[in-house]
Design a protein around this ligand. Structure first.
Ligand SMILES: *Cc1c(COP(=O)(O)O)cnc(C)c1O
Length: 407
């Protein structure tokens, strides 16, 4: 096999792939068309329960909406987590509409516009400051509205994360404020009339190494406690990031969540006095929703070219850019993929599954093993719950957007 392993929790029913207790064709009949994304709420709930069981009980769990902003899904998750992280005014609206209380919402992200900062101050959410300039604009907006803004400092840590799929800290970065520049900023809060809320240290995404995550969490706590001594008051929140990865590709091993939780428990027990009262937050997107999503697309054509078999489907990278290998990966590798119409059949042929766009990079599976696949069959691409539709160029070529259902 040349593709990733199908995540646990998927079985067959009447020969087809079962999703949330029904066949793939049942869901397609309800959606009345392909392609579609299905998100299984039981798998999301199960994942949250696993996190709660493995992480120290005092750790707060936040959901990073950008992983999957489907409103119904955000509402479903909001009821089970301690906070939401947003990265735009649009996501802020979703978070507020979910009923999450504003002091459990944080707004990170570079290049926040004045109108976004204004919306955040008016709502009373925590703004994670990404630069000195943003701090100055936030302070001015607070004065103009006569509402003291609440801000945490996003720190660009002086370390990066080993084994991380997407590095977001260490070295020159558009995210956060270099640790060496943070003390000078902390000294400005009181005069600027900005309420200091804490620190945000997010160093990278898609990490499957427990050892690397344990190290980065310990270093984030150390950095937060050093900086806290220079802050106008002890931090109310220390967000130590997340970055927990999921096994997309062949030979990827699932993260050892229990090792991460146990080590974090020890690190928290030993944390310095200045962090004693702080709420410790872990923010996760992909890990909560990634494995709970399936993308279903129908086979439109099958053809031979230079001895290779191509399976041509009605979906593609305009819905699932990440599975085509063009979102944050250097080397293209295959996501787990299956013939959902013949899920109980053994692999019989090696085929390339191509999407419907006129570009050679539109491949959902490159030389993958599938049972004999016919026109009309449904192909399932797994690990489609995070960074799927919302992280794809949906208007490219003018095909209709995919249907999405929380089931
Ligand atoms: C994207 C992002 C996340 C979520 O990352 P995942 O890999 O989906 O868990 C969390 N925090 C910040 C600041 C982010 O930018």
């Amino acid at each position: 096999m040349n593709q990733g392993a199908i995540p646990s929790g998927y079985t067959s029913l009447n020969g087809e792939l079962a999703i949330a207790g029904h066949t793939a064709s049942h869901w397609v009949a309800i959606a009345e068309d392909t392609p579609l994304f299905l998100y299984d709420r039981r798998l999301i709930d199960q994942r949250i329960a696993e996190l709660r069981a493995a992480l120290p009980s005092e750790v707060e769990l936040h959901y990073a909406i950008k992983a999957n902003p489907l409103p119904e899904l955000v509402n479903h998750i909001a009821a089970q987590v301690d906070g939401l992280d947003v990265a735009s005014a649009g996501e802020l609206e979703l978070a507020l509409a979910s009923g999450m209380t504003p002091d459990c919402i944080s707004f990170a992200g570079p290049a926040k516009r004045d109108r976004e900062l204004r919306a955040a101050v008016q709502a009373g959410v925590t703004v994670n400051i990404e630069s000195e300039g943003e701090f100055t604009r936030l302070a001015a907006i607070g004065k103009e509205l006569d509402i003291p803004p609440v801000a945490a400092v996003r720190v660009n840590p002086p370390f990066d994360v080993k084994a991380s799929g997407m590095k977001m800290g260490g070295g020159a970065k558009p995210f956060g404020i270099d640790a060496a520049r943070v003390p000078a900023l902390l000294a400005c809060f009181d005069d600027a009339g900005v309420r200091f809320d804490g620190f945000h240290i997010f160093a990278g995404s898609q990490n499957l190494s427990a050892d690397a995550l344990i190290e980065v969490q310990a270093r984030a706590l150390e950095l937060a406690s050093d900086l806290a001594l220079l802050a106008p008051c002890p931090p109310r929140i220390v967000n130590i990031g997340g970055g927990f990865g999921i096994p997309y590709f062949m030979n990827d091993k699932p993260l050892d969540l229990h090792a991460v939780g146990a080590a974090l428990g020890m690190a928290l027990a030993e944390r310095s006095a200045v962090l004693r009262a702080a709420r410790i937050v872990i923010e996760l997107g992909r890990y909560i929703v990634g494995e709970a999503g399936v993308y279903l697309t129908r086979v439109v054509d099958r053809k031979q070219s230079h001895g290779e078999t191509f399976i041509l489907v009605d979906g593609g990278l305009h819905h699932q850019l990440a599975a085509s290998g063009n979102f944050g990966t250097v080397i293209r590798r295959n996501y787990p993929i299956a013939n959902a119409s013949r899920f109980d059949k053994a692999p019989e042929e090696v085929v390339t599954v191509s999407g419907c766009l006129c570009t050679p990079i539109d491949r959902l599976g490159d030389k993958v093993s599938l049972p004999r696949t016919e026109v009309g069959d449904l192909i399932a691409v797994f690990m489609a719950g995070a960074y799927g539709r919302s992280a794809s160029p949906t208007s490219f070529l003018g095909h209709p957007p995919p249907c999405e259902m929380l089931v």
